[in-house]
Structure formats: structure tokens, C-alpha cells
Design a binder for this molecule. Structure first.
Ligand SMILES: NC(=O)c1ccc[n+]([C@@H]2O[C@H](COP(=O)([O-])OP(=O)(O)OC[C@H]3O[C@@H](n4cnc5c(N)ncnc54)[C@H](O)[C@@H]3O)[C@@H](O)[C@H]2O)c1
Length: 282
């Protein structure tokens, strides 16, 4: 399959990183979000991150300029019509993904693979929204996308071997390491990670320790590069809550109950680093 033009839906934390790695990898990218201001913010982040790569001699100033040139920011989804591959990285809500995938099925050519960067929503369920469930797959990047090596490649029940092979090879071409995972709530990464972050939040809520102390325990005792509460702030507390709810609904075990402190913080608009306040202030 000849993939040259890639559509990325959502220019937030993940979407701008995904657009960055595809553009740096030589693909032309159509970056789509609902409002121009979200595109502007995403592009500013891409420029900052490319600058960092130039400063570290990972790419040249010419590579940076060429990568930026390859990104076409749009608010009109019809502009994705000539894309050869799509990655969706919009807000983690099934209602939002439903609207997007139904529309993508209409605006893209029938042979185009539609991938989702969802952290937890069933790929099988997303596939069923389209007339091409064999061409729907999870391509789960990690934050920050330009740095993190892993891509979880998630097969829905109906995903074809051909679709899987294309996405696996694409990940390798981007310099990433694909790991094959079957569809289940939270896949592997978030099924294991999120309950850890959620439990760390319970320890803060119950006054067992401060956020700083919990993070120190994990950094110094388990050699984690950052503690669970710093990581939750980095991921986005709204994203963490959405994922816990998917685990709770999908697996049904009470151990996946979202921490009440997390719910209160999201209600307050304390979403972590991106909102200036979470378990820490930024
Ligand atoms: N944050 C993480 O660490 C992380 C890691 C892996 C996967 N993910 C997943 O990636 C996806 C995006 O997460 P994020 O952290 O980038 O969220 P974010 O809130 O930073 O960005 C989401 C973007 O999607 C846009 N959007 C919403 N509805 C849209 C629509 N209908 N069409 C186009 N754009 C739309 C929003 O305007 C926003 O810019 C989610 O599915 C999330 O679960 C997140």
C-alpha cells in the first residue's frame, strides 16, 4: 500500500505529536481540529519540539523547515478526502469518536485504513461504526510522541492481517517499535498503568502521603523516571478519568472505580499540566 498523505484528527497533546513524527518521517500531513485556535496551539508545540530536536542535533534546520512545510492545518474534515491513511487522536469520548468515524467512512476512499490513537475505547466497537471494520485498527502512540518508542498496535476482532501489517510497518518506518496487542479495555498499557495512577491518587486523598512523597517513592524506590502523580498531570487528569471509566464499564470489577479526588479535580477544571494545575501547579 502506497501511503504518502496522512490525515491526523485532533491537534492536542497526542495529535500534534503524531503529526510531528509523520511530517518528520517524510509524509505529507493534513492536521484537522474543530477550531483554528486548537490548530495554532498544536503547530506552536510542533515548532517548539522540532526546535528541540534541532538543538540536540537529531535533525537539521532544513529538516525542520521541510517537516513544517509538509503539515497542512485544516478545520474542514472534507479536506481529508485525498488522504491515504488516517490516525484519529481526538478527545477520549465514544460519542466524539462515533461522529468522527462515521464521517471518515464517508469522506475517505473505501480502501483507506482508519486508525485510532484511543487509550482505551474498544477498536472492535469503533470498527463497527464503519463499513470497513477490517480496515479499522488501534495505533496507540505514547506521550511525548516524538520521543517515546512504543506504538501499541491493537487488532479489533474484525481487523484484517493486511491492515495490521501495514500499520506495523508504518510504525517501524516512523522509527517506533510496534507491539501487537488484542482488543480489550485499556489494552495492556492503560489496563496496568491507570489503576496504579488511580491508587496513587487514593493515597493522596486519604492523607497517606503528599503527592510529592508518593512520587518520590516511585522515583527512588522503583526507578520510575517520574512519579505517578506527575505522570497523571502530564497525561491529563480528564484523560485519566475517561480511561478509568472505560476500564470500569468494560471490565466491571470494582477495583477500577475512579478515585473521587480525581473526579473532583476534573470537575474543578484542574486537568494537570495543560490547564496549569493538577496535583502540581505549572
Ligand atoms: N494524553 C496522553 O498521554 C495520551 C496517550 C495516548 C493516547 N491518548 C489518546 O489520544 C487521544 C487524544 O488525547 P489528547 O491527550 O491528545 O487530548 P487533548 O485534549 O490534548 O486533544 C484532543 C483534541 O481533539 C480535538 N477534537 C475534539 N473533537 C474533535 C473533532 N470532532 N474533530 C477534530 N478534533 C477534535 C480537540 O479540539 C483537541 O484539540 C485520546 O483518544 C486519548 O485517549 C492520550
Amino acid at each position: 500500500m502506497n501511503i504518502q498523505r496522512v490525515g491526523v484528527i485532533g491537534a492536542g497533546t497526542m495529535g500534534n505529536g503524531i503529526a510531528h513524527v509523520f511530517a518528520r518521517g517524510g509524509y505529507s500531513v493534513v492536521l484537522c481540529d474543530v477550531e483554528q485556535r486548537f490548530l495554532n496551539r498544536g503547530l506552536e508545540t510542533i515548532i517548539r519540539n522540532l526546535d528541540r530536536e534541532v538543538a540536540k542535533n537529531k535533525i537539521s534546520a532544513d529538516d525542520k523547515a521541510a517537516a513544517l512545510q509538509r503539515i497542512d492545518p485544516v478545520t474542514d474534515r472534507a479536506r481529508l478526502g485525498d488522504c491515504d491513511f488516517i490516525v484519529e487522536a481526538a478527545t477520549e469520548k465514544f460519542a466524539i469518536k462515533t461522529e468522527i468515524f462515521r464521517d471518515l467512512d464517508r469522506v475517505t476512499r473505501p480502501e483507506v485504513i482508519l486508525a485510532s490513537n484511543t487509550s482505551s475505547i474498544s477498536i472492535t466497537k469503533i470498527g463497527r461504526l464503519t463499513k470497513r471494520p477490517d480496515k479499522v485498527i488501534g495505533m496507540h502512540f505514547f506521550n511525548p510522541v516524538p520521543v517515546m518508542k512504543l506504538v501499541e498496535v491493537i487488532r479489533g476482532l474484525a481487523t484484517s492481517q493486511e491492515t495490521f501489517a501495514v500499520v506495523r510497518d508504518l510504525a517501524v518506518h516512523l522509527g517506533k517499535t510496534p507491539v501487537e496487542v488484542n482488543d480489550a479495555p485499556g489494552f495492556v498499557s492503560n489496563r496496568v498503568l491507570m489503576p496504579l495512577l488511580n491508587e496513587a491518587m487514593y493515597t493522596v486523598m486519604e492523607g497517606v502521603a503528599t503527592a510529592e512523597a508518593v512520587d518520590e517513592v516511585f522515583k527512588l524506590g522503583m526507578a520510575h523516571p517520574m512519579g505517578p502523580l506527575t505522570l497523571a498531570d502530564f497525561i491529563g487528569l480528564d484523560v485519566c478519568l475517561d480511561i478509568m471509566r472505560v476500564l470500569q464499564d468494560g471490565l466491571g470489577d470494582p477495583k477500577y472505580r475512579p478515585c473521587p479526588l480525581l473526579i473532583r479535580m476534573v470537575d474543578a477544571g484542574w486537568l494537570g499540566r495543560k490547564s496549569g494545575r493538577g496535583f502540581y501547579r505549572y
